[in-house]
Design a protein around this ligand. Structure first.
Ligand SMILES: NC(=O)c1ccc[n+]([C@@H]2O[C@H](COP(=O)([O-])OP(=O)(O)OC[C@H]3O[C@@H](n4cnc5c(N)ncnc54)[C@H](OP(=O)(O)O)[C@@H]3O)[C@@H](O)[C@H]2O)c1
Length: 238
């Protein structure tokens, strides 16, 4: 049986990913802070699954909890890091910035390392991290979120390069969503995709072991346009 762990499975993309992977026969390890939601999700899925509570801002403890879950499950071949926080910064506030840095950067890197080392020891495997199209762009009202996602995309690109040197079959997938309808997204921004559609594209890309996924695919085009625009013009919009 194929086994996968989703960190950030209690909501949004992680929750829907659990549903779609379980449908494809995966046995799952579900991680996040909200235990009740993880238990509800586990009960909803076909088959037996594992729940492990974690708060990724407690980076070293979260590393131990991920390692323990890997050991409990047996042979995990896919780990998806979906945990993330996106907060508006009308007024610059260190408490708000620190939460995003703690979850999206410190927590992310801490668990990416454990995942990578697991796949090296296993002789192969697949790590996917959810970054954002925001990684390609600065944001005046969401500057920390954009900067943390630039870290995620850049870190995963480096990890892909490192993995290639091992000559082991290790895949590193960078997932960059635009807008997908989840509790994180406020309002109704342009080109918002239903979560089911976004995750369907994600699952197809994961199965094909793609290095890079834009969710939905049209955001690849947006990213190209963003790189062509001069910064003075971008500053008028973001
Ligand atoms: N939706 C979009 O349009 C969009 C676009 C670009 C990128 N993304 C990225 O996609 C990922 C998933 O976001 P989403 O849209 O699914 O948002 P969401 O519904 O708010 O889910 C966020 C997930 O992160 C987990 N999380 C937050 N803080 C955590 C912590 N300290 N420790 C452990 N887990 C924590 C939450 O679980 P608990 O609260 O239970 O801990 C939850 O499962 C994020 O990385 C986000 O930045 C989303």
């Amino acid at each position: 049986m194929k086994q996968a762990i989703i960190v950030g499975a209690s909501s949004g993309l992680g929750w829907e990913l659990a549903i779609q992977l379980a449908d494809k026969g995966y046995q799952l390890g579900l991680m996040a802070r909200r235990e009740e939601l993880l238990n509800d999700l586990s009960a909803e899925l076909p088959g037996n699954h594992f729940v492990q509570v974690t708060d990724v801002t407690q980076a070293e403890l979260a590393q131990q909890q991920l390692q323990d879950l890997i050991t409990r499950m047996g042979d995990v071949e896919l780990i998806v890091l979906s945990s993330g926080v996106g907060l508006f910064e009308k007024k610059l506030d260190w408490t708000v910035e620190r939460e995003m840095i703690d979850v999206n950067v410190r927590g992310f890197a801490a668990l990416a390392i454990v995942s990578y080392e697991h796949f090296v020891q296993r002789g192969g495997g697949h790590l996917a991290g959810i970054s954002s199209v925001a990684s390609h762009l600065f944001g005046g009202l969401t500057l920390t979120y954009h900067a943390t996602k630039a870290f995620v995309s850049n870190y995963l690109a480096g990890m892909r390069s490192r993995a290639a040197r091992t000559k082991l079959p290790i895949t590193i997938t960078t997932i960059e969503p635009g807008f997908v309808k989840t509790p994180m997204v406020q309002g109704n921004p342009v080109w918002m995709a239903p979560v089911e559609k976004g995750v369907e594209q994600m699952v197809k890309g994961l199965i094909k072991k793609k290095n890079h996924l834009y969710i939905t695919k049209r955001w690849r085009f947006v990213t190209w346009v963003l790189y062509l625009m001069p910064q003075w013009l971008l500053r008028k919009f973001v």
